[in-house]
Design a protein around this ligand. Sequence first.
Ligand SMILES: *Cc1c(COP(=O)(O)O)cnc(C)c1O
Length: 406
Amino acid sequence: MIKVNENFLKLKSSYLFSEIAKRVKKFQEQNPNVSIIKMGIGDVTLPLPPACIKAMHCAIDEMADTSTFKGYGPEQGYLFLREKIAKFDFQKNNIDIEPDEIFISDGAKCDTGNFQELFSQTIKVAVPDPVYPVYVDTNVMAGRTGEFKNGQYKNLFYLSSTKQNNYLPDLPNQKVDLIYLCFPNNPTGATIDRNTLQKWVDFALENKALILFDAAYEAFIQEPNIPHSIFEIPNAKKVAVEFRSFSKTAGFTGTRCAFTVVPKECVAYTENGKPVSLHSLWLRRQSTKFNGVSYPVQRAAEAVYSPEGKTEVKQNITYYLNNAKLIKNTIQNLGFHCVGGENSPYIWIECKQNSWDFFDFLLEKAGIVCTPGEGFGKCGEGYIRLSAFNSKENVEEAMQRIKNIL
Ligand SMILES: *Cc1c(COP(=O)(O)O)cnc(C)c1O
């Protein structure tokens, strides 16, 4: 008899986006003349930078010619891309990361989801609340949790991010082994400063724990006291792995390219306490289960680091951040408490009522779609997320509508 992995049956059905779609569809059917503005989007809206398009076109021409055709690429990704990443994302900021510590992949979603495969079944896992659901669900699938009850899984340690702690979770008051952190945060848009991040690194060093640091929104950071990489923190290379992606940075959500940094000195331990290199384990895992990102896409990603690419990426980020500023100012002027929007495309808004009720209110009164916070976890109850991934015109129209009803 073929048996299922019953851990999958523990997964809470991810009803958030289907429930949003259902409510929007019903409203549109009953109000065919209202033009709905989607402010819940977690996806970029601007096209790829011209520098990336140009590089991809050239690479495709190379694929058409016997003398320049490429088959399978190197296991960790092409060196031309890893060298650019090491130089411009790390070494330029005095962070000592070498090209062979970088693994190119087709997404930070799969990397943040797959990395837990390297660890024992019995480790204690700490996840943010509210959370990017990938961290939680992949640990559920792997069997590291109990049942889902009262909005949380048994056996997981939840790092509450609330108004009280300024959306920066306290250090765990018990031993945990694997810690997921995401800054600038999705969904709250909150950021962490160097001193606070140092405390997490110290905690990991003291507890022989590991931090998985998701920096998918690094490109949105504007303020100088916010670290772009966890490896800016002394000794972090022993206890942290960092995930980055070209998705939000350069509009690669549909093109697919990301990378994970696993420092050579980063270790986990055997049952007997013997250190094992995570770099070798991740290389073994990736070269067994993954055959790399296509050559044209890696060339397109390389173009992000060209002078034109850098300028174009910066322009797109500025465009989204201007949207975010308008959203934040409007919401704050209406007397709402919110966080994010300055170094992040997301604004996390306290709605002082049930988040689905507020969702319905914005939809029915203003034709605006938001994301109800409780879809991201228990601490998201009473919040909504608005996204700056939209056209300026749509955001202006949406803010005018909100001013008219609130
Ligand atoms: C969008 C996003 C990613 C990026 O995912 P890709 O698979 O690279 O597109 C990673 N982490 C978070 C928190 C995100 O919001």
